[in-house]
Design a protein around this ligand. Structure first.
Ligand code: ADP
Ligand code: ZN
Ligand code: ZN
Length: 699
């Protein structure tokens, strides 16, 4: 008997082939089976989505045969297919694009036999029991959080938010919960998600060590830093249920884990959970969705500074709130958190980069053999190079942005398109040889610090050791790991860096953290900028005094020209709830997330007019057609993006908002075909690309 399976393949985002394609097969194929199918002149990987008994009216002659079946592997479960369908619908991308992107790339190259060989080689060591003797005794707050979580597990399956100060021992709570879930059910799987795995090598080690008794192949990592072969191996282990604990970044949320019972999302507020290309999904939001739809699976979000979306959900009762306010081993009134000192830069010497009292405080730390961390969220030497005679600035010829001056190799580099040139000897416009850096990045700060601190001696009489960690210093493979290791080993006295050093690290000897110039974000047009700044500063503060013995004396210094800003008042008292309340009030008044929903449609073209014209025309036809939901959304006229031109391409965006998530969803789904049709009209044919970003991070 002939069968007519419908197969999804990786189709371009907005092609006419977006739905499953019908093929022909002599054997029945269960939904979720991986197959190889002909597509045009190629043969590609596909997933059987439905098995149909007839050809659905297609001419049988024109229907091609399935080329091969990857039958060594169990079909992808219905729950996984449901997750992919939801992701594709919610984020307005094709099913095939989402499904295929969720599979490890190497799977595309394997034949059925090759896959079968890989699966056969698998011999698993048996798992032993966990040795509970060396586990640390839990703090009262950790006990309470675990008990509250446990109290709900039989009732309504609400997501929980662990609101725990930096150093309060959230990771230990994750470890205990994971152990509990894995212990209760010998087939259960646990997914632990982290924002960027390479920033926290410690965490991976901690999980591997704690669950070593399961056997080495039972704990796997899934992230983009793996080789294709490693990624395939981890993915297959998760799919087969061999992997019991999966530690991964955002991509892991879409992995096949048929026995998934617990998802932990660490640092749930982190922007890197949002995918910034292709299907722009939020892995945090998908984790919540996945737990709510995949049988008895629960999700725990954790953060010291939760996203306002998650925080609001605890206020409305949608999420359970678990709180741990004190650092482990804390005995002081501050809960062991560092003292926050604001420095009013209006009262410091003009043009000083680091206020004299802060310089003294750093010097004192060096003399005592303690570490300081100096945080500046801008890499390079100086953001701009300028001629003061004629006003020339180091603009990128291809972007509406300045090229950054990197002194180390004397280049001007565009951080948007990558265009790099040697620094000119003289001003390209007027010939003045006195061109000078304007502003300051980490490279220049490092140089400045060595001038300020050069003659300070360490307790052993040695010279001060300054190091810098940012995207430039860590370009080479393994560089970040070794630089972090030398900080941990106490081989660095003063560490300068970008947000890479502010996040997550469990540095034990840092007693002073300083934010040099955080003001930019206070007046940004991006409504999430204050939230991000607050969380970054709290995270940075969290790097100080992680060793309980030193936590009493630890400090965070913040230099600002706006000491009266409410953000700093909340920061001083480590009062996230106060900060959140104030922000939520503003957002409610403005109808912004989490009180309103939005999507951005972006378009790129040779000219700004064309990009904007396309968006405006597509919206006009939506209004004209009276699309479903059009009366419940507000659309704003298209505007240039903040960085309007990148690599000679003009970029525009249109904001679409609604008080109703459903109305917005329905509108977007109905609008897609019109966007496609508009693109086929006249000049719009030359549009380079367009895409929808649902729940965008910045609008
Ligand atoms: P967070 O993730 O909340 O910032 P961590 O989980 O990294 O905090 O914990 C901070 C430090 O406290 C870590 O070094 C951890 O090993 C230690 N720790 C956590 N829980 C306990 C405990 N119950 N007893 C002793 N030390 C603990
Ligand atoms: Zn000049
Ligand atoms: Zn550029």
């Amino acid at each position: 008997m002939t069968h007519w399976p419908k197969v999804v393949v990786a189709t371009p985002a907005h092609s006419a082939l977006a739905g499953p394609l019908t093929y022909r097969s002599e054997l029945p194929l269960a939904p979720g089976t991986l197959v190889r199918v002909p597509l045009g002149k190629r043969e590609v990987l596909g997933v059987v989505w439905e098995s149909a008994a007839d050809s659905g009216g297609l001419l049988e002659m024109q229907t091609k045969n399935i080329a091969g079946v990857l039958d060594g592997m169990a079909p992808l479960a219905a729950s996984w297919r449901a997750l992919v369908s939801f992701t594709s619908g919610y984020y307005q991308r094709s099913l095939g694009e989402v499904a295929l992107a969720a599979l490890p790339p190497q799977l595309r190259e394997l034949t059925g036999e090759q896959l079968a060989r890989r699966l056969k080689r698998r011999v698993l060591d048996t798992s032993g029991a966990q040795d509970t003797a060396d586990l640390p005794a839990l703090s009262e707050q950790q006990e309470a959080a675990l008990a509250e979580w446990g109290a709900e597990s039989h009732g309504k399956n609400r997501p929980a938010l662990l609101f725990g100060a930096t150093g309060s021992g959230k990771t230990e709570v994750y470890l205990r919960l994971a152990a509990r879930v894995l212990g209760q059910d010998p087939s259960a799987q646990v997914l632990v998600m982290v924002p960027e795995i390479n920033l926290t090598p410690q965490l991976e080690a901690r999980f591997a060590e704690r669950f070593a008794h399961l056997g080495s192949e039972r704990v796997v990592a899934l992230h983009s830093g793996l080789t294709p072969a490693q990624r395939l191996k981890s993915w297959l282990a998760a799919h087969a249920g061999h992997a019991r604990l999966i530690l991964g970044t955002r991509m892991a949320v879409l992995a096949s884990m048929p026995q998934l019972k617990l998802i932990v999302v660490d640092e749930e507020h982190d922007p890197s959970y949002k995918q910034q290309e292709g299907a722009r999904y939020s892995a945090r939001d998908l984790a919540v969705y996945r737990a709510s739809t995949q049988g008895d699976c629960r999700v725990l979000l954790g953060s010291a500074t939760p996203s306002l979306e998650s925080w609001q959900a605890t206020i409305s009762g949608k999420y359970q709130l678990l709180t741990m306010s004190d650092r482990i081993g804390a005995n002081s009134e501050t809960g062991g958190l560092p003292l926050i000192r604001g420095i009013d830069m209006n009262h410091q010497p003009k043009h000083c980069v680091i206020a004299p009292p802060l310089v003294e405080a750093i010097q004192a730390r060096i003399a005592r053999g303690e570490q300081s961390l100096i945080f500046l969220n801008r890499r390079g030497y100086a953001p701009v190079l300028a001629c003061h005679d004629c006003g020339w600035k180091s603009e990128c010829p291809h972007c509406s942005a300045y090229r950054v001056f990197h002194k180390i190799d004397r280049t001007l580099r565009c951080h948007h398109c990558g265009y790099t040139e040697r620094v000119p000897r003289a001003c390209p416009t007027c010939g003045n040889i006195d061109i000078a850096p304007v502003g300051r990045g980490t490279e220049r700060l490092e140089e400045h610090l060595s001038e300020l601190l050069g003659n300070i001696k360490r307790p052993d009489g040695g010279a001060v050791r300054i190091a810098r960690i940012d995207a430039d210093s860590t370009r080479l493979k393994g560089a970040l790991q070794s630089q972090l290791a030398s900080v941990h080993a106490g081989e660095v006295d003063v560490l300068v860096g970008t947000q890479m050093i502010a996040k997550g690290h469990d540095f034990r000897h840092i007693t002073l953290v300083a934010a040099i110039n955080p003001d930019g974000a206070l007046f940004s047009s991006d409504f999430r900028a204050p939230e991000r700044l607050f969380s970054l500063l709290m995270q940075a503060a969290g790097r100080a005094g992680r060793d309980a013995a030193r936590s009493g004396a630890s400090q965070m210094w913040v230099q600002t020209f706006h000491p009266q800003h409410p953000l700093f008042a909340a920061l001083k008292t480590h009062d996230y709830p106060q900060f959140a309340a104030q922000q939520l009030q503003e957002r409610q008044a403005a109808g912004l997330s989490p009180f309103g929903f939005s999507a951005l449609v972006r378009a790129e073209a040779k000219t700004q007019d064309l990009a904007q014209g396309f968006l405006n025309a597509a919206m006009a036809s939506a209004q004209l057609a009276g699309l479903e939901g059009h009366d419940r959304i507000s659309a704003y006229p298209a505007v240039p993006m903040t960085i309007q031109r990148v690599a000679n391409i003009e970029r525009a965006q249109m904001l679409v908002e609604s008080a109703s998530r459903t109305a917005l969803q329905r509108f977007l789904a109905a609008w897609q075909p019109l966007l496609l049709a508009t693109r086929k009209q006249g000049d719009f044919k030359s549009l380079i690309r367009w895409a929808i970003d649902v729940d965008p991070l910045a609008i």
